[in-house]
Design a protein around this ligand. Structure first.
Ligand code: XMP
Length: 326
């Protein structure tokens, strides 16, 4: 019967046949798909692969380390890290409009990726081995969804970090094209990837940049990152990771409300919890999380994150709400 081991063997053979002795490049986003695609290509052609991780500073706590340390430890892959946090903060300065933020993040991501790539390419060319292939973590549902191209629902411009710049002359390697998400996770586990990577819930390419309602600044990112880490840790220790499709944590950066703490009045920002259950993210319902879990998250965030004095719960289904706030 068809096992995960078979899938790995077959894809490894196909990748070898396609790539031969050429060099390959792959963008890592921190997500499951790019990690599993890269791990398959690494298994197939080893050091011919170089992975590029553009750190845009919009990931959650611990996620950059998962790529830079844990993924490398698990696969032995060659990794090129581009620390681009300043670039993104500068480009996002003064911008509050959601679509504009998405466009800026997408554009800067491509620029940063291309720069990283040029420096890897010139090194490879100097060594007489130009890069000919680019790995993409395209899944079967992505193939179906973008099938016709025209008229595809575009409620939000879905920018996938790792997306293909238009003027690139690479041939694509897409080892996940026939697979569904659960198969991709199984392949990742078979390849020895850490559970934090293969089990990761969906996370948007533009990252925390679209979970700050208002302008994105370093200070706001730090606030949101801390609140998000607490909410995720509590959800995990309540054992509800599998029941909840994802739980965006959103900072309402332009809203402030009065509160009280100790003998003092506070004037802080609210954090929104947006736990949803869903099959495919096309529709969703708000998750009925246990009250004691919500209480723990709320207490911890308001006590531990200076500047946040309220936690609110989003009880809107999709439609009419989307899962993300921007
Ligand atoms: P919405 O907010 O449209 O989100 O209900 C549906 C699903 O898509 C994720 N999402 C994104 N994923 N790039 C991605 O790779 C994006 O730009 C993006 N925007 C939203 C969202 O987290 C949810 O799982």
């Amino acid at each position: 019967s068809w096992t995960t081991g078979n899938i790995v063997e077959e894809q490894v053979a196909r990748i070898r046949a396609q790539v031969g002795n050429s060099r390959v490049i792959c963008g890592l986003s921190g997500g499951v798909d790019s990690a599993v695609a890269a791990a398959l290509v690494q298994r197939a052609v080893g050091d011919q692969l170089t992975c590029v991780f553009v750190d845009h500073g919009l990931l959650r706590e611990g996620e950059a380390e998962q790529v830079e340390r844990d993924f490398v430890a698990a696969t032995g892959v060659n990794l090129y890290v581009a620390d681009e946090q300043e670039r993104f903060l500068t480009a996002l300065a003064g911008v509050s409009d959601p679509e504009t933020k998405r466009k800026i993040i997408g554009r800067e991501f491509i620029r940063a990726f291309e720069e990283a790539e040029r420096s890897i390419m010139s090194k490879a060319e100097a060594e007489g081995e130009p890069i000919r292939f680019l790995v993409q973590g395209t899944l079967y549902p992505d193939v179906v969804e973008s099938g016709g191209g025209e008229g595809a629902a575009n409620i939000k411009s879905h920018h996938n970090v790792g997306g293909l710049p238009e003027d690139m002359k690479f041939e694509l390697v897409e080892p996940l094209r026939a697979l569904f998400k659960d198969e991709v996770r199984a392949v990742g586990a078979e390849l020895g990837l850490p559970a934090e990577i293969v089990g990761r819930q969906p996370f948007p390419g533009p990252g925390l940049g679209i979970r700050i309602v208002g302008e994105v600044t370093q200070e706001r990112l730090d606030l949101l990152r801390r609140a998000d880490a607490i909410a995720r840790a509590e959800l995990t220790s309540a054992g509800l990771d599998d029941e909840v499709w994802q739980m965006p944590v959103v900072l309402l950066a332009d809203v402030r409300s009065v509160g009280v703490q100790g003998d003092g009045r506070t004037y802080g920002h609210p954090i929104v919890l947006r736990p949803v259950s869903s099959e495919d993210a096309m529709t969703a319902d708000w998750s009925r999380l246990p009250y004691d879990l919500l209480a723990r998250i709320s207490n911890r965030i308001t006590n531990e994150v200076d500047g946040i004095n309220r936690v609110v719960l989003d009880v809107t289904s999709k439609p009419p709400g989307t899962i993300e706030w921007e």
